[in-house]
Design a protein around this ligand. Structure first.
Ligand code: NAI
Ligand code: MG
Length: 391
């Protein structure tokens, strides 16, 4: 692959500094596709490539080295491919023998990125582009707002259950009595931590998005009849926030029921907003409605930084084969352009993607075709060039 551009010199300062983290497996393949599109857009940007992923865990004991974090701090925004992630006990087996016993612990670098930069809002648009043979139905246009930092993924878990905690729970909650005789090592506890502040942030983000883009409903996905305190907090906050947006209707749905309704009537939904785990679940379902992981982009957005990445992972069995569908990655580039305020370029990218899908000449394996990752990227880039000639 050619470098994206020559390094900017002191006299040639680019408008944006963009971090590029290809990562592992097909993350690298689809990042090469993104480079083709970025090069064609001629965005006034300097690109800084960084290390992240499995090989850095193996060789250095850190899949997200400090130098990468420092590099990200100097950039406006980050584009990421995908990384391979494994449970800590498996990770330990693959660590360079020279590092073993050195106290290295494996943590998912994505989760760390979200926490380090407080990327509280995960946006996952799911749109069925006309002519995609994988569409569940035409006309689907759903955007999931997933809270990205707390909820059931807060990571506060206990096993075995500490004696003091158990004693406190027994004293303060009658529902705990059922577990009184369960031995400590036979009970595991996860805390679903939700704050008013984070609920407010994700809800406000969802309503603002709906207002700007003329969506008429926001659906809050919860389970407040069972998860009374955490779910209740989210719901009360939703009703409060909704008052500031009288033109938008707030719908309240339970997570289980909404999975059924999304399959039955997907056209009745637009913006969905949910806590971390529920958002994760419902966004995979929505991704499948519009053709699967090859079409699902995402943005992890904080107050002053953002990381854009396809929803899919590193799909090791296709690594380096250039067979993966790059459209999820290319649509993530589109979202990054919107974040940077480059709306016209973002529209060009989306139109190019829509046109390539509608024409149906270039299709990757998941769409029943045999085009490669880079052929698809080139087809999108060519559409961008044609559009700019017409304009
Ligand atoms: P995955 O998303 O990597 O792949 C699952 C399957 O979906 C693939 O085998 C393939 O059939 C299909 N697929 C995924 N992306 C595709 C694309 N662009 N085009 C065509 N087909 C595509 O999920 P999996 O297999 O569960 O995880 C593999 C690794 O990725 C794991 O180590 C996991 O932890 C990691 N992962 C990383 C994520 C990230 O970087 N944000 C997100 C999800 C998983
Ligand atoms: Mg997921």
């Amino acid at each position: 692959m050619q470098p994206l551009q020559e390094k900017a010199t002191v006299t040639d300062v680019a408008k944006y500094k963009i971090a590029i983290l290809p990562g592992d497996g097909i993350g690298r393949d689809v990042m090469d596709a993104a480079r083709i599109v970025l090069r064609r857009l001629r965005l006034d940007a300097e690109y800084l490539e960084g290390d992240i992923g499995w090989e850095f865990w193996r060789s250095e004991g850190d899949p997200l080295p400090q130098r990468t974090l420092r590099m990200l701090e100097q950039t406006d925004v980050c584009l990421m491919g995908a990384i391979t992630s494994k449970p800590n006990y498996e990770a330990q087996l693959e660590l360079d023998p020279r590092l073993r016993g050195g106290g290295y612990e494996y943590y998912s670098p994505i989760v760390r990125l979200r926490q380090e930069f407080n990327l509280h809002t995960n946006i996952r648009p799911c749109k069925s582009y006309r002519g995609n043979p994988l569409n569940y139905r035409e006309g689907i246009d759903i955007v999931v707002f997933r809270e990205n930092t707390e909820g059931l993924y807060s990571g506060v878990e206990f096993h075995p259950l500490p004696q003091e905690l158990k004693a406190w729970l027994l004293e303060h909650h009658q529902k705990m009595r059922r577990f009184e005789s369960t031995p400590a090592d036979e009970i595991a506890v996860s805390m679903r931590i939700m704050t008013k502040k984070a609920c407010n942030k994700i809800l406000t983000g969802a309503f603002e998005y709906a207002r700007k883009r003329n969506y008429r409903t926001v659906t809050v996905v919860e389970k407040p009849n069972i998860l009374r305190e955490t779910g209740g907090l989210m719901l009360r906050e939703a009703r409060e926030v909704a008052k500031r947006y009288p033109e938008i209707r707030l719908q309240e749905k339970n997570i289980d029921a909404v999975c059924m309704w999304l399959l039955k009537n997907p056209l009745e939904y637009s913006v969905l907003v949910a806590e971390n785990l529920f958002g994760d679940i419902v966004s995979d379902l929505c991704a499948q409605l519009i053709g699967g992981l090859g079409f699902a982009p995402s943005g992890n957005i904080g107050d002053d930084y953002a990381v854009f990445e396809p929803v899919h992972g590193s799909a090791p069995k296709y690594a380096g084969q250039y067979r993966a569908n790059p459209l999820a990655m290319i649509l993530s580039v589109m979202m990054m352009l919107e974040y940077l305020g480059e709306y016209s370029l973002a529209r060009d990218v989306e139109k190019a993607v829509a046109d390539v899908i509608a024409e149906g000449k270039v299709r990757t394996y998941d769409m029943g075709g045999s085009s490669s990752t880079l052929e698809m990227a080139n087809a999108v880039a060519d559409k961008i060039s044609t559009q700019s000639k017409k304009a």
